[in-house]
Design a protein around this ligand. Structure first.
Ligand SMILES: Cc1cc2nc3c(=O)[nH]c(=O)nc-3n(C[C@H](O)[C@H](O)[C@H](O)COP(=O)(O)O)c2cc1C
Length: 449
């Protein structure tokens, strides 16, 4: 096996009620308190105690479009908007990176350049932006549209959006600020640039009324999985989230992304691929299974099936819960979860010969691993060392215990094996995950970093 240099990248994907749909009902869950800042703050500080690189905050622009009698039995409709939340978390953490999610389909680039740029300033350079294009009609319905635009159109708009935002962040060159009280010169006007962008989707003059963010460019995060999504991620993404049902599929995705980056003229090390894993950790395998089963018992057939239907965007009521999962024809794109997630679930069902009940009870995160801490560490090591990924995005199944279990049981083992850091390397997210700072597009010389 290839021995890789240095620790993997670790991200904690936090959901206030936990990723498992039953988790909010656990006796020790944050329960009534889950929307409180205290809940988020506790999770974030716990992840920082474990020296995670990143906290990832996902978002979408609708309540889950389930029939509300089912939605009402989950904690899915409870979440805070992630740009606002990131600002608050920046004030109660010191080193950990913070990734907020914002959609290029339903935002304006000038607004978002200011918001994410402000977050980078407020956090001292610890912010990433998860660039999403939004993928369902239900989200479009909140923005005056009947249907979500077709994927090629969404990604074309996302590219232009990103070009505008990064252009705006470059408005001031790195050494534009003089702040010379003596002469009265605050900045050098020769190093202040208007973007004057006129494209297919946006017309933005600029410049931005903000110094270049501390990281030059907040880290661009992305999770494209379709042809267009992978092309976008290869061209622009720096920290990528992937979902693959097996180590072999993960290796294929990894190669596709790194190859795409090279084809786009980038250094493959400037793109970090994180595998999405949902660990349920115990001291022993039995303890982990017990924890997982305790959550599974809080589900029932109806809620589980309806979630699966939402996921696939099709009616599953004609299938018996005890039959093996048949070949299921997926609906047109735009219904249900992204195609990659749907395929992930069907691949798993096929590979593991699941029954319909096993399939529908499994919609609680991707790659659910009830494991002893030692076995989990072995698997992470195998994925990392065999280049299935550069690190992991852990979908924490239950809170607050899921984060603490990982930090107390798995992190010490990972640390001994050199897979997670002892200390943060620097102060910015780029420094900590080893990403270079892109040069300002107007700079005549490359800034040092
Ligand atoms: C770990 C992970 C987290 C994601 N988080 C979000 C999110 O918060 N909001 C969102 O709209 N999409 C999210 N997605 C979906 C992606 O943005 C993307 O749409 C999806 O992976 C499908 O790729 P495609 O757009 O190329 O079809 C996430 C995907 C993964 C794997």
């Amino acid at each position: 096996m290839v021995r890789r240099n240095g620790p993997a990248v670790w991200a904690a994907f936090l959901w206030p009620g936990g990723h498992h749909h039953g988790a909010w009902r656990l006796p020790n869950s944050t329960g009534a308190d889950l929307m409180s800042f205290g809940n988020y703050k506790r999770m974030a500080q716990e992840a920082e105690r474990g020296k995670f690189d990143v906290i990832f905050l996902g978002d979408r622009l609708d309540a889950w479009p389930l029939p509300s009698e089912y939605l009402a039995r989950t904690a899915r409709a409870a979440r805070l908007e992630t740009i606002t939340l990131t600002a608050a978390l920046a004030a109660v953490t010191d080193r950990i990176g913070l990734v907020a999610t914002a959609s290029t389909t339903f935002s304006e680039p000038f607004n978002l350049a200011r918001q994410i740029g402000s977050l980078d300033h407020l956090s001292g350079g610890r912010v990433g932006w998860n660039v999403v294009t939004s993928y369902t009609d239900d989200q479009a319905h909140n923005y005056g549209l009947e249907k979500i635009p077709a994927r090629p159109d969404r990604y074309a708009k996302a590219q232009e959006f990103l070009d505008v935002v990064t252009g705006l962040w470059d408005s001031f060159e790195d050494d534009a600020m003089l702040r010379d009280k003596e002469s009265g010169q605050f900045f050098d006007p020769a190093k202040f640039h208007a973007l004057n962008h006129e494209g297919q989707y946006f017309k933005v003059a600029g410049p931005l009324n903000m110094e270049r963010p501390p990281q030059g460019r907040p880290v661009i995060c992305q999770a494209g999985a379709s042809k267009e999504g992978i092309a976008f991620a290869s061209r622009n993404g720096e920290l990528l989230f992937s979902v693959n049902s097996s180590i072999d599929r993960a290796r294929d995705y990894y190669r596709a992304i790194k190859g795409g980056a090279v084809a786009a003229g980038r250094d493959p090390d400037d793109v970090r691929v994180l595998a999405s894993i949902n660990p349920v950790i115990g001291r022993t395998e039995e303890e982990a299974q017990e924890k997982y089963q305790a959550m599974q018992e809080l589900l029932d057939d109806d809620v589980s099936r309806i979630f699966a239907e939402l996921y696939f965007g099709i009616d599953l009521s004609r299938y018996s819960m005890d039959e093996l999962v048949p070949e299921i024809e997926l609906p047109e794109v735009g219904r249900g979860m992204p195609r990659a997630h749907q395929e992930y679930m069907l691949n798993r069902a096929r590979d593991e010969k699941l029954t319909m009940r096993e399939l529908v009870y499994g919609f609680n995160g991707t790659n659910i691993y009830p494991r002893s801490a030692e076995a989990a560490a072995d698997e992470f090591q195998e994925w990392y060392e065999s280049e299935a990924c550069d690190g992991f995005i852990l979908q924490i199944s239950h809170v607050p215990e899921g984060v603490t279990d990982f930090v107390e049981l798995v992190v010490p083992i990972l640390r001994k094996r050199g897979l997670i850091r002892e200390e943060y390397r620097g102060t910015t997210m780029r420094e900590n995950i080893g990403l270079t700072t892109p040069a300002n597009r107007y700079a005549t010389r490359v800034p040092s970093h």
